[in-house]
Design a protein around this ligand. Structure first.
Ligand code: RB5
Length: 148
């Protein structure tokens, strides 16, 4: 199950992403927002991040205007590796090297076509593990050692 959400700045791209996931026959849950009225991105970023961190969803996709607010928010939740991507290379690396469990994009930066393409690249790429797993273990260690 893929959790998807946006704020108003990412609404148009989020709708296109939901359509893409539907076309591909993938299970997803649209956690809002539901129109272009102004909302606060942390409310939506948190929903997706908690769904992924708690195992209710296997991965997530978040969109705000720049992608910056959503990535800052999602990465506050332990176990989340949210990657803000801008192009094919960063979308591919986000999975191959970082095993990002949340993809983040800027709806005011990318065209709908590019955003859809980046989702497909991330979904279709595979984590390379090996030395990259070692690095993710070190990130996890930060969470463990700094938890209260
Ligand atoms: C909303 O105006 C905008 O700040 C938000 O979509 C996002 O870009 C924040 O990082």
């Amino acid at each position: 199950m893929i959790a998807v959400a946006s704020d108003h700045g990412g609404f148009e791209l989020k709708q296109a992403i939901c359509a893409l996931l539907q076309e591909r026959g993938l299970d997803f849950v649209d956690m809002g927002t539901n129109d272009e009225s102004s909302v606060d991105y942390p409310d939506f970023g948190r929903k997706v991040a908690e769904a992924v961190a708690e195992g209710r969803c296997s991965q997530g996709i978040l969109v705000c205007g720049t992608g910056i607010g959503m990535s800052i928010t999602a990465n506050k939740v332990d176990g989340i590796r949210a990657a803000l991507v801008h192009d094919s290379f960063t979308a591919q690396m986000a999975k191959e090297h970082n095993n990002a469990n949340i993809l983040v994009m800027g709806g005011r930066i990318l065209s709908v076509d590019t955003g859809r393409k980046l989702v497909e690249i991330w979904l279709d790429s595979t984590f390379e593990a090996g030395r990259h797993q070692n690095r993710l273990d070190k990130i996890r260690q930060i969470e463990t050692e700094r938890s209260h």
